[in-house]
Design a protein around this ligand. Structure first.
Ligand code: FPP
Length: 223
């Protein structure tokens, strides 16, 4: 079984375009699907689910879209706090929080603290996240703590220090690239790409991927 699944949730904009709707509608449907897939991951026995919700590069999108995504994130957190409680989900974030509004950071911190002891699954949102930025911040942290630069010390200095490496990395939306996501933690991840757009990605397809994961031979560089 995969312990840690990470997902690049791509295709919200195209999902909306296909329906002649505004891109924001696609993001709204995408946010709804976060709950669906989190519940499916719990059913499957997955312990960590990391979702790429906003990248360090996404700030370059039109101001109106960035503002919409920020508001959507706040709304999502307001709504989901209850779901986390009910379903025993621990909420975590990775990324550089320093660019977010005080109110958003406060909200994130309070949900993190409130759900810290939940054990069913840890849902991790990657927000203002970029793997290169994360690695640079980790190196600075190692330097400031005078830690010897080695793999172990870098791993514990990353935002992801609290969780295991990625077992399965999924990208929806048809593109076959990693887009600066979890580069260190996915060194030995099994990769899955699907043309399905994120709002349409459902439990059935996730479970089929997990079945395929079980058949893959992971050698980690050995024979
Ligand atoms: C990619 O779609 C999606 C994102 C920019 C990030 C994912 C955002 C969500 C799923 C919604 C917000 C999530 C939460 C947790 C509130 P795209 O716009 O790049 O799609 P396109 O490639 O079809 O244009």
């Amino acid at each position: 079984m995969p312990r840690h699944i990470a997902i690049i949730m791509d295709g919200n904009g195209r999902w909306a375009k296909e329906r002649s709707k505004a891109r924001s509608k696609g993001h709204e449907e995408g946010a709804k699907n976060v709950r669906t897939i989190t519940e499916s991951a719990i059913k499957a026995g997955v312990k960590y689910l990391t979702l790429y919700a906003f990248s360090t590069e996404n700030w370059a999108r039109p101001k109106s879209e960035v503002e919409f995504l920020m508001k959507l994130l706040e709304r999502y957190l307001d709504k989901e706090a209850e779901t986390y409680r009910k379903n025993g989900i621990r909420f975590e974030v990775i990324g550089d929080m320093s660019r977010f509004s005080d109110s958003l950071v406060k909200k994130i911190e309070s949900i993190r603290a409130e759900t810290a002891k939940n054990k069913k699954l840890t849902q991790v949102l990657a927000i203002n996240y970029g793997a290169k930025d994360e690695i640079v911040r980790a190196v600075k942290k190692m330097q400031s703590l005078s830690l010897e630069p080695n793999e172990q010390n870098l791993s514990i200095s990353l935002d992801t220090a609290f969780m295991p490496d990625v077992d399965m990395l999924i990208r929806t939306g048809g593109d076959m690239r990693l887009s600066n996501f979890m580069l260190w933690q996915s060194a030995y991840a099994e990769l899955f790409f699907t043309k399905t757009l994120w709002p349409d990605f459902g439990e059935e397809e996730l479970f089929l991927m997990i079945e395929e994961f079980k058949t893959r031979e992971r050698r980690f560089g050995r024979v």
